[in-house]
Design a protein around this ligand. Structure first.
Ligand code: GSH
Length: 207
């Protein structure tokens, strides 16, 4: 039995989208942050820092969204990943680049304009947004060029890089960030956000 513990954030969406795309059977448990469910003793046993996402697979607890997506691919038929070391390394490097660089800066918009403004009712930190904008101006041309040359982030087949990257861009729909300057990313985003697996993943979460 595989249970995914999540909340309404892009990190949980990555895991749900990957599971749906792979067709891995799972149950989803949505933790209520406002009620502190992610800091309960039961959840701290699953994730030592009390964060989401985490999974319980037959009593084995695992966490870290990209690692969880890789695990789901490894326990299924490896669609979205590669059984071949170089192919896997190319997918891993794109996943790491998205999580540690591009996604890290996209997340600033989400944090400042959704979490701070809408949830905590505080003014966004304009300096933090300007810094993120500067890094994205440097980094998104590479992503745009990649998607101009390929249908997906690692070639012409969907991989973990796409199921992990898409939720960052989706979270930006609620922010001032726009994809107008990045037409190939906008084309990729428009295609992926209507994939049935992504729509099923979103349907698991409360609005
Ligand atoms: N690098 C981790 C990040 C996990 C993380 O920061 N999760 C956030 C939600 S997106 C969380 O649980 N925040 C609640 C808290 O830190 O108390 C991953 O990719 O899973």
């Amino acid at each position: 039995m595989l249970t995914i513990y999540g909340g309404s954030t892009y990190n949980a969406t990555k895991v749900l989208f990957t599971a749906e795309e792979l067709g891995v059977p799972y149950e989803y448990v949505h933790l209520n942050f406002a009620a502190g469910e992610h800091k309960s003793p039961a959840h701290l046993a699953r994730h030592p820092l009390g964060k989401i996402p985490a999974i319980d697979h037959d009593g084995h607890y695992l966490y870290e969204s990209a690692s969880l997506c890789r695990y789901l691919a490894n326990i299924s038929d490896k669609r979205l990943y590669s059984a071949e070391p170089l192919g896997a390394a190319r997918i891993d490097q794109m996943v790491d680049m998205i999580c540690h660089h591009v996604g890290r800066w996209l997340a600033v918009y989400f944090y400042q304009e959704v979490v701070m403004m809408k949830y905590y009712k505080k003014a966004p930190d304009e300096k933090a947004i300007a810094e993120a904008h500067g890094f994205l101006e440097q980094q998104l041309p590479f992503v745009n060029q990649t998607l101009q040359d390929n249908r997906f982030l690692c070639g012409n087949e969907i991989t973990l890089a796409d199921t992990i990257a898409l939720p960052y861009f989706h979270a930006l729909e609620a922010t001032s960030f726009k994809l107008d300057a990045w037409p190939a990313i906008a084309r990729w985003y428009a295609e992926l956000k209507t994939r049935p697996a992504f729509l099923r993943a979103l349907a698991k979460m409360p609005a």
